[in-house]
Design a protein around this ligand. Structure first.
Ligand code: AMP
Length: 177
């Protein structure tokens, strides 16, 4: 059984027309979790991408990014929804389908020049990842690569991230399913 076959699809969640790709069914399965982690560590233990710190986007990026950081022996930095981090923060606003949202990171999360592996569970439009990458760059960090378990190529996030010069990495994709 593969990574992809362990990801459950819930139709019409959180609203009609959305095919929600639910990674909880991958993560609750010990072999699934192991395969997920191995997929990332195979890439980031190699010399292909040099990483100093892993940053995860709230909330599923914390699960995946925290596990990757632990396996690589690197530190972990949380990128959170506005108002959650206790120290001094910087903020990035980004557009949602309706309205805007804001994410934050601690100002002292890492030093300028640090190479960051940015992690989230899934890439759709790329709006969230682009905002997180902008936050990292505001602090002088370098986005070494942006990694996801799942890519939805039809939604266009991958093209958007590449157009901005970011490198991406995925373990699996859902297209027209
Ligand atoms: P986006 O900013 O459009 O790339 O959306 C990415 C965020 O929304 C990720 O953190 C995902 O967890 C969540 N998301 C968007 N679309 C889906 C989907 N079809 N299934 C599961 N999660 C999704």
């Amino acid at each position: 059984m593969s990574i992809k076959s362990r990801i459950r699809t819930i139709p019409d969640y959180p609203k009609p027309g959305i095919q929600f790709r639910d990674i909880t069914t991958l993560l609750k399965d010990a072999e699934g979790f192991r395969l997920m982690l191995e997929g990332f560590t195979r890439r980031y233990r190699s010399d292909a991408v040099q990483v100093d710190v892993v940053a995860g986007i709230e909330a599923r990026g914390f699960i995946v990014g925290g596990a990757i950081a632990g396996a690589l022996g690197k530190g972990f930095v949380p990128i959170r929804k506005a108002g959650k981090l206790p120290g001094e923060t910087i903020t990035q606003e980004y557009a949602l389908e309706y309205g805007t949202d804001r994410i934050q990171v601690h100002k002292d999360a890492f030093a300028a020049g640090t190479r960051i592996l940015l992690v989230d569970d899934l890439l759709a439009t790329g709006g969230t990842a682009l905002a997180a990458a902008a936050l990292i760059e505001k602090l002088g960090g370098i986005v070494a690569e942006i990694a996801f378990i799942v890519n939805l190529p039809e939604v266009g996030g991958e093209k958007r991230l590449h157009a901005q010069g970011y490198k991406t990495f995925f373990l699996t994709e859902f297209e027209g399913e």
